[in-house]
Write a protein of this length. Structure first.
Length: 275
């Protein structure tokens, strides 16, 4: 079971907005947006079409040099949520090499409404509750939401990653802030472009804070929009998008969050039936 290593960073919905934003800046200062992975990135492959090309140039980290570290693929946890009235159903699905090894969910009351940029204070606690029910200790977390693509570089993937000192990636369906380096409309599957810090982001101008990644595309309408991938903790922006490419398996969403999304909906139905 994963344990928070920085419990003072637990998302507290009772804080006022100024305190929440100050905590996010502390989290961003503590975040590591470079590769510090306990596994070889090239071992992350569930058979997606883009995975081999995407990871051909993946850089091995000091923690995962040839001949060291686990020879099998890492444990990857997908995290997503569904909502029922004023409760969150937070689901975690853990897989290794595309095979599900564990799944769990927790139901938690929500304390505050959704506020752009402060998602972790609404949904982070419920995610922590779900992670507390895990038996396994994942090597990588893939969350539905942003990481460094955030006003204070501390989206929910950064918050959870730093809290547990674990590699984490945020995969969002819409762009919270930052500016794509190229137009994103109608791009082919496998295309990507950097998301650069703009004047709404607490980072030097034109810092690469993530990527727009076109995981899937139709040959005709309707056009599929890209995903917005950003590092949460202990992974660089480039490796984050490489890993997401390797984890896609013909769907728009990477397999970890796609499975977690489905299990969250399943849990929601179970909870509703028990009411």
């Amino acid at each position: 079971m994963p344990e928070p290593v920085r419990p003072e960073l637990l998302p507290d919905p009772e804080l006022d907005r100024e305190a929440m934003e100050a905590l996010q800046r502390d989290i961003a200062d503590a975040a590591d947006f470079t590769d510090s992975l306990p596994f070889d990135p090239a071992s992350v492959d569930i058979g997606g079409v883009a995975s081999a090309d995407a990871l051909r140039t993946a850089t091995l980290t000091e923690a995962a040099t040839p001949g060291e570290g686990p020879s099998e693929p890492p444990l990857v946890a997908g995290v997503d949520q569904a909502f029922l009235d004023d409760r969150a159903v937070s689901a975690v699905v853990v897989s290794r090499g595309g095979e599900v090894v564990e799944r769990t969910y927790a139901v938690t009351d929500l304390s505050i409404p959704y506020i752009p940029g402060l998602l972790a204070f609404r949904e982070g606690g419920p995610i922590v509750d779900a992670l507390a029910t895990l038996e396994s200790d994942p090597d990588l977390y893939v969350l539905d939401g942003s990481g460094r693509i955030h006003f204070r570089q501390a989206g929910i993937a950064t918050h959870i990653g730093v809290l547990f000192d674990a590699p984490a990636i945020g995969v969002a369906k819409s762009l919270l802030c930052g500016t794509p380096d190229s137009a994103v409309d109608g791009r082919p599957a496998g295309w990507r472009t950097p998301i650069l810090a703009d004047d709404r982001v607490d980072a030097p101008a034109r810092t690469t804070i993530g990527y727009a990644y076109q995981s899937r595309q139709y040959d005709s309408s309707p056009v599929i929009n890209p995903l917005y991938v950003s590092p949460g903790h202990r992974v660089s922006a480039g490796t984050a998008v490489d890993l997401v490419a390797a984890l896609c398996d013909g769907y728009k969403l990477p397999e970890p969050t796609r499975l977690a999304d489905g299990y969250a909906e399943e849990g929601k139905s179970e909870v509703a039936d028990d009411c």
